[in-house]
Design a protein around this ligand. Structure first.
Ligand SMILES: Nc1ncnc2c1ncn2[C@@H]1O[C@H](COP(=O)(O)OP(=O)(O)OP(=O)(O)O)[C@@H](O)[C@H]1O
Length: 250
């Protein structure tokens, strides 16, 4: 579903991704862990067309991110084409980014494409089903300010799902939550994994990574230091840098 080949990304003089190679298979829960500043968010943003890579190749579902290939030449995608591709990718951030003036149901219904494609009644019906899926049917009429952080994050997940994405990206989805609310959000993510959703999850929740993850990459300083099955990497890290990081978070 995602393939990175020698992906580099710099901000000005600062090289943040220094040649990332990895592969995420269909229906896999792929966990990305590493210290702050190691480039995890940047990598997700590159996958989601929010940043342009400087070198290498990045593919989502077999298609190059950001470019169209004609013969040997690459042509940058136009904004309209990028917008179309982004519909296939759902993204959930640390902060929930809901529209404060809309109810939970409206936040999910108004995922813009849905309304256009299906008409408002059908979009609303599907939004309701999604709120049910994240356990919030009874909060459909609440505004974000009337929801806990964990509930807001579950609405954000429902909203991302409303686009019927092929791939979900989670950027530390539970880091901003009070500890007692983390479990509900992780349960929703576990449910998505059971339904076969392909997910890339940047997380410090090593319990989740161990139980639900199919693959885990440890990134540090813009490179992949170590990768493998989460139980292997977490249980028997091969590199000193991985061990040092895990000793702080486990
Ligand atoms: N828009 C930007 N302009 C300049 N530098 C940036 C920008 N975005 C990120 N960086 C830098 O890139 C590096 C990697 O940032 P990134 O957010 O990808 O790391 P991260 O591993 O996700 O960290 P965290 O866990 O703290 O979110 C950091 O040093 C950051 O300061």
């Amino acid at each position: 579903m995602v393939r990175a080949e020698g992906v580099h990304k710099s901000y000005g003089q600062v090289e943040v991704l220094k040649g990332i190679d990895l592969e995420v298979r269909q229906s896999e829960v792929f966990c990305l862990v590493g210290p702050s500043g190691s480039g995890k968010s940047t990598f997700l943003r590159c996958i989601n067309h929010l940043e342009k890579i400087n070198a290498g190749r990045l593919y989502v579902d077999g298609e190059l991110v950001g470019y169209r290939q004609k013969g040997d030449r690459l042509h940058e995608l136009k904004d309209r084409e990028v917008a179309l591709k982004r519909r296939d990718i759902g993204m959930v951030f640390q902060r929930f980014n809901l529209f404060p003036h809309m109810t939970a149901l409206e936040n999910v219904t108004e995922a813009p494409v849905q309304v256009k494609k299906e008409g408002r009644a059908a979009a609303k019906e599907r939004a309701m089903a999604l709120l049910e899926r994240v356990g919030l049917a009874d909060k459909a009429g609440n505004y974000p300010s009337q929801l806990s952080g964990g509930q807001q994050q579950r609405v954000a997940i429902a909203r991302a799902l409303a686009m019927q994405p092929k791939l979900m990206l989670f950027d530390e989805p539970t880091s901003a939550l009070d500890p007692e609310l983390v479990g509900d959000v992780l349960d929703v993510m576990r449910g998505l994994a059971e339904d076969g959703m392909t997910m890339i999850v940047v997380t410090h929740e090593m319990g989740f990574a161990r139980e639900v993850g199919d693959a885990l990459v440890f990134m540090d300083g813009g490179v992949v230091v170590e990768s493998g099955h989460p139980r292997e990497v977490l249980g028997n890290p091969q590199h000193e840098r991985t061990r040092a990081f895990l000793s702080k978070v486990l």
